[in-house]
Design a protein around this ligand. Structure first.
Ligand code: PHE
Length: 444
């Protein structure tokens, strides 16, 4: 008998999957580089017009079949069942993501530890700390990665209700409260008003065609679309849940937490004068850590709270990346959850360690593949190729290849006839074409 989430458990678990490291550095950095709130408006528009539609499509495959992703495509396809079942293997994308994602959560664990000691006093020290961790301190990286690895696998081992749901029900509110406290604290700085102006005053002149691509890519990654995480959680949806309301709540939580993180980060950036367009991990691990140090002991407390909240955001996402493949192995080979996790664990651990080694200069292993280190290669492959491709396939599958009556019976009570028609036509025409343009233009 398949375990089901409770209503609130589902919303929190799905929001836990959505809210992740993407909100912490992709969102603020992209907002910073693409004209502040003009980009937020664009992101919201694309989230509602494209990501929301595809999310509902992926959700419907999970909920209508109540199966793992491979069996779900097989069961629901009207024709060519065998061929369609291969679409379920996009869940491998989630396993590839978790390999490097857990390495980054490992860095967060390292910074939680560092928050108990004197923080780097200037930006050079801060940059040196981070690059030393990445390029020379392989031992610390492996220890921290191993801690994260054991933690997330133990949670998934406890199953949907006792592991994943329980963790999310604790961590998501805790994450929100921590961020809220930090946000209230940042009100007291002048930088807060500048951060508000930066995030909420639209400067449309900074938008360009790349901003559209960035906004769509971000909204996909951020909503966990295209690697069967949504599908697999939806297979455990409780029976009487309003899927539209729940999905809108998930989007709202995701955007809200992104904005809260943005406000906190940019308040410190403006208050203490770091570069608002510095990107990626640099913004958090280098700039922010140095900025916290200017507040003395209070800075240590803030750094601790901030990295703990990132840890919560990260592990709730990582868990949702492992569950799809785990659930598939359990069903396909009729094995115990722990054994399925053992096999997945071997793969994730080896690739995770290789990611660490491949970007560390002080090893003989810093190999490159097509000029990417393994870390960036996996990121590129999953975000730019697998996720968009799978999203297009999901749209086509739901719009053309499954029983439309079943779909109507499930959705119309929640969305009504008119919205159903709009939704299905978006899936037929607008979403696949928009995603294809974006995915292809990534390569030109
Ligand atoms: N949404 C997560 C984030 O923003 C990443 C993620 C991708 C989670 C795919 C699950 C599946 O960090």
């Amino acid at each position: 008998m398949k375990e089901h989430f409770s209503k609130i458990g589902f919303v929190l678990a799905m929001a836990g999957s959505a809210v992740g490291l993407g909100n912490a550095w992709k969102f603020p950095t992209m907002v910073g580089q693409n004209g502040g709130s003009a980009f937020i408006l664009l992101y919201l528009l694309l989230t509602i017009l494209v990501a929301f539609m595809v999310f509902l499509a992926e959700l419907s495959i999970g909920r209508l079949s109540r199966k793992d992703s491979v069996n779900a495509f097989y069961l629901l396809a009207n024709n060519n069942k065998k061929a369609w079942s291969f679409a379920g293997f996009f869940m491998i994308g989630a396993i590839l993501i978790v390999c490097f994602y857990s390495v980054v959560i490992g860095w967060i664990v390292y910074y939680i530890y560092k928050s108990f000691f004197t923080l780097p006093q200037n930006i050079n020290e801060s940059a040196a700390l981070f690059s030393n961790l990445l390029q020379a301190d392989i031992f610390s990286q492996i220890i921290c990665f191993s801690i994260v690895f054991i933690f997330i696998f133990l949670i998934v081992n406890k199953g949907i209700k006792n592991g994943i749901e329980k963790m999310n029900v604790f961590m998501m509110p805790a994450l929100f409260i921590l961020l809220l406290l930090m946000l209230i604290y940042s009100f007291s700085f002048d930088g807060f008003l500048k951060a508000c102006e930066f995030l909420f005053y639209p400067d449309f002149s900074k938008l360009n065609e790349n901003s559209i691509l960035n906004a769509l890519g971000l909204s996909f990654f951020s909503m966990s679309i295209g690697v069967c995480a949504v599908l697999t959680y939806a297979a455990s949806l409780p029976d009487k849940i309003n899927v539209i309301k729940s999905t809108l709540s998930i989007i709202l939580i995701n955007v809200l937490i992104g904005i809260m993180m943005g406000l906190i980060i940019f308040t410190f950036v403006f208050e203490f004068g770091a570069d608002s367009s510095s990107s990626g991990p640099g913004l958090i691990f280098v700039s922010l850590t140095n900025l916290f140090s200017k507040l003395g002991i209070l800075g240590n407390i803030l750094a601790f709270a901030f990295f703990v909240s990132l840890f919560f955001a990260g592990v709730t996402s990582a868990v949702s990346m492992i569950e799809p493949f785990c659930f598939y192995l359990i069903n396909r080979f009729n094995i115990k959850r722990s054994l399925a996790l053992f096999y997945i664990g071997i793969f994730v651990y080896i690739i995770g360690i290789l990611c660490i080694l491949s970007s560390a200069v002080k090893t003989n292993y810093n190999f490159n593949i097509f000029s990417y280190d393994l870390f960036s290669l996996l990121d590129f492959l999953t975000s730019n190729i697998l996720m968009p491709l799978s999203a297009i396939i999901i749209c086509i599958f739901v719009a053309f290849c499954i029983n439309q009556e079943k779909l109507k019976n499930f959705f119309i009570p929640y969305m009504g006839h008119t919205f159903f028609l709009i939704w299905i036509n978006f899936l037929r025409f607008i979403c696949p074409i928009a995603i294809a343009i974006i995915a292809i233009s990534n390569f030109i």
